[in-house]
Design a protein around this ligand. Structure first.
Ligand code: ADP
Ligand code: MG
Length: 240
């Protein structure tokens, strides 16, 4: 589904991504771990072209999206993103937040969008909060609304950038549970997280990034029990 070859990204003379290669198959869950500043967010932002790569190619269904020109808006609709900060519209209800983009883009009628949004809120366990405003929800609930909002665009791939890092510990589980459910339904996901339990349980593959490189990748059982590189060992010894 996604094939990334020799991706690099510089901010002026700071090289943030170097020769990154990654292939993601449909339905795969790839978890990216690594220390702060290693380029994980920049990598996700390049994948949905919030940042323009400096070099390399990103093939989506065999088309290089870095050379797509205007058609890139079509691509962006296929790639949903969930951020650490949920960024819900504060003056819209939960339901309106989830309905907003599909209606705005003319994808569906308001009636259909509402039905679909209610269905998505049910999926994330928040149907009863449809008429509530974000400020009255917990962080975990807001993040689940943000996931429902991303799903409303019917994305082919979902990117998560530390979706639980801003949450109080007791709220993390519900969000991970929703993500786990999506993975079980076959959603293609790339997840940056420090939740090693989630990585062990849900990831098909774990990528360890450091200094803008993919240092090591493999099945979770291999990465966590027998990491090959010293840097991976050191990182895991600190977080596990
Ligand atoms: P991570 O998500 O792994 O913590 P980031 O991708 O956020 O890492 O950042 C990697 C490096 O790129 C850091 O050194 C950061 O300061 C730098 N960086 C990120 N975004 C920008 C930007 N817009 N301009 C300049 N430097 C940036
Ligand atoms: Mg980051």
């Amino acid at each position: 589904m996604l094939e990334i070859n020799n991706l690099s990204k510089c901010f002026e003379d700071l090289e943030v991504l170097r020769d990154v290669n990654l292939t993601v198959k449909k339905g795969e869950v790839v978890v990216i771990i690594g220390p702060s500043g290693s380029g994980k967010s920049t990598f996700l932002r390049c994948i949905n072209l919030l940042e323009k790569p400096t070099g390399g190619e990103i093939l989506y269904m065999e088309q290089d999206i870095t050379k797509m020109g205007k058609k890139v808006t079509d691509y962006r609709k296929q790639v949903g993103m969930v951020f650490q900060r949920f960024n819900l519209f504060p003056l819209k209800t939960t339901l309106e937040n989830v309905m907003y983009a599909p209606v705005k883009l003319g994808k569906v009628s308001a009636k259909e969008a509402k039905e679909q949004a209610l269905e998505l809120l049910r999926k994330v366990g928040l149907e009863h909060k449809a008429e509530s405003y974000p400020s009255s929800l917990s962080g975990g609930q807001q993040q689940r609304v943000a996931i429902a909002r991303a799903l409303a665009m019917k994305p082919e791939i979902l990117l998560f950038d530390e979706p639980t890092s801003a949450l109080d510990p007791e709220l993390v589980g519900d969000v991970l549970e929703v993500m786990k459910q999506l993975a079980g339904e076959g959603m293609t996901m790339i997840v940056v997280t420090h939740e090693m339990g989630f990585a062990k349980d849900v990831a098909d593959r774990v990528i360890f990034m450091d200094g803008g490189y993919i240092v090591e990748e493999g099945a979770p059982c291999d990465i966590f029990t027998q990491p090959k590189h010293e840097r991976t060992k050191l990182f895991l010894s600190r977080v596990l």
